[in-house]
Design a protein around this ligand. Structure first.
Ligand code: AKG
Length: 304
């Protein structure tokens, strides 16, 4: 079990175990590659859905590890960022269980970052030979709890890094449906201006806050579509694509792993730490180092 030996997986910039395969050989790349139509769809609409990235055994392992992490007795709970200390199983009565840093403490969540099923499409969608990991987020909607993720653009929360060269991959650990709060996107909104931040998680009263700052043209274009996924599938969205999700009213949890990636030339735009607990990267310097591994490098692929 990868969570008992206190390894800091941030120090390992390749898969630590056998659960996921990284892209290392050029001959393997075609099997992970998106079609030109899929890339065009992403460029036009700012999202792409329904890409299978997990096999059943990988899915089951990630679900099990996540359940261990959100249990009150998880030994490395204090290392997870943003997970409120719960007592007596209170966690699952929250509207939303949210935290970052699963990849620090668990080999399966760490190795997922390097999964070629994800990293090859990411390099295509970012239009770059090298893909860098930015950070992770767990969005766990417990059964029958009324939490939303309000409409937002991811980059509104990331302006401390420039230029815009960020992408999000949502990996479904459960089928996502209208009833359990699948993510919705506004197609084409990746061409809109940068919008302000809003309170990200909350109740239905928080969902529509962004509408107060949309122009009449944007309001007219506000035609969300649901991105329903099968467990083990992923969706990708551009960091300016407006997206959000409604409450989980179903009798089962809706668990999603959100992985954020950047182009390799994205720089720090602040002298403060970019993420909680990370050393500062001086303003103007490339975002790199232990906390921001390269997860795919087309220049390093072997030929045989
Ligand atoms: O899990 C959710 O419902 C929201 C996820 C999200 O905001 C994202 O994928 O960027």
């Amino acid at each position: 079990m990868g969570t008992t030996n206190l390894i800091d997986y941030r120090k390992i910039h390749r898969p630590a175990g056998q659960l996921f395969t990284a892209a290392t050989r050029s001959e393997e790349i075609p099997k992970y590659t998106l079609s030109p139509e899929q890339v065009r769809f992403y460029e036009t609409n700012g999202y792409l859905k329904g890409i299978r990235v997990l096999e059943e055994r990988q899915l089951q392992c990630l679900r099990d590890r996540l359940e261990q992490m959100v249990a009150d007795d998880f030994p490395r709970r204090s290392e997870l960022i943003g997970l409120t200390a719960a007592a007596g199983g209170a966690t699952k009565n929250q509207q939303m269980i949210y935290f970052q840093g699963a990849w620090f403490v668990d080999d399966a969540f760490h190795d997922l970052l390097f999964n070629a099923e994800m990293t090859v499409p990411l390099s295509q969608l970012l239009g770059t030979n090298r893909v860098r990991f930015w950070h992770d987020q767990l969005f766990y909607k417990p059964a029958r709890h009324g939490g939303v993720v309000a409409w937002h653009q991811d980059y509104s929360y990331w302006t401390r890094t420039v230029p815009v060269g960020h992408i999000t991959c949502f990996v479904a650990l459960d089928d996502t449906t209208l009833e359990n709060g699948c993510v919705h996107v506004v197609p084409g909104s990746h061409r809109w201006n940068l919008l302000p931040t809003v309170k990200l998680t909350g109740g239905m009263e928080d969902m529509e806050a962004i509408k107060q700052v949309l122009s009449p043209e944007q309001l007219a274009q506000f035609k969300p579509v649901p991105m329903m996924l099968k467990a083990g599938e992923a969706s990708f969205h551009h960091c300016l694509t407006l997206h959000g999700s409604y409450p989980n009213t179903s009798p089962n949890p809706r668990r999603g792993v959100v992985l954020n990636f950047i182009r390799p030339d994205v720089r720090s735009d602040t002298d403060k730490p970019l993420m909680p607990g990370t050393p500062p990267i001086p303003k103007g310097a490339v975002v790199e180092g232990e906390n921001f591994p390269i997860v795919f490098d087309a220049n390093q692929l072997t030929q045989n």
